[in-house]
Design a protein around this ligand. Sequence first.
Ligand code: DGL
Length: 272
Amino acid sequence: MGPIGVFDSGYGGLTILKEIRKALPEYDYIYLGDNARAPYGTRSFDVVYEFTLQAVRNLFERGCELVILACNTASAKALRSIQQKDLPKIDPDKRVLGVIIPTVEALAKVSKNGNIGVLGTPGTISSGTYDIEIAKFCPAFRTVSVACPMWVPLVENKEYDSPGADYFVRKYVEELFAEEPEIDTIVLGCTHYPLLLDKIEKQVAGRARVITQGALVAASLADYMERHPDMDARCSKGGSVTYLTTEHPDKFTDMAGIFMEEPVHASRIELI
Ligand code: DGL
């Protein structure tokens, strides 16, 4: 038995961990943020895959049987290769899940007119993963997307609440509506973006519903555990959370406390 691993390039995955813990408080969790190498959003496929695989291996070595990639960029660029190529070699019984499929599955219930807008990192948007998965699950839907390269740096540098952030929120939201004025649902396809939610909602001004991923991923994980009692039995239940970062722990502790709205203590590790 081992904890559930939750991985992100930095702090963004904490918006997912927070909701997962609310829904499933009984499990043990290890959160790993590769803060020293974040952001991933502007990195190539090969690099995101290599870094993500290192993180997954590390979490497996710490006893995790199940790892959630709480990062859209890693889910878009590395998940499929890890599931198909690496898992069978490392340990076919372990599992790695992402955040994009649970998000897309929820869209069918939310959108009325089928016009979906996706906001994400340059890596997630250029991968086309949302367009491909939405076309699979909801073939009648139309997807438009805009990359928001400045949003993760605004969050990582604690500028998400500053007046300067308004400019970049307006810029990308209006680019999306310029592409398709009839959008009725906007997906925040990056786990950092919930920190900008107030500003994004203000800019959207009721023109569309804005979807964040935390609660969707948490509900999907609860459902997964119910459908896979074998995996549930292999996940330890002590209600603990361990925080690991590849950056200096003091920096992580400060920012992660803001995300989790509770004190956080982290240890530094190296990924190789
Ligand atoms: N939080 C990650 C995501 O959901 C991306 C942040 C980054 O660019 O590293 O896409």
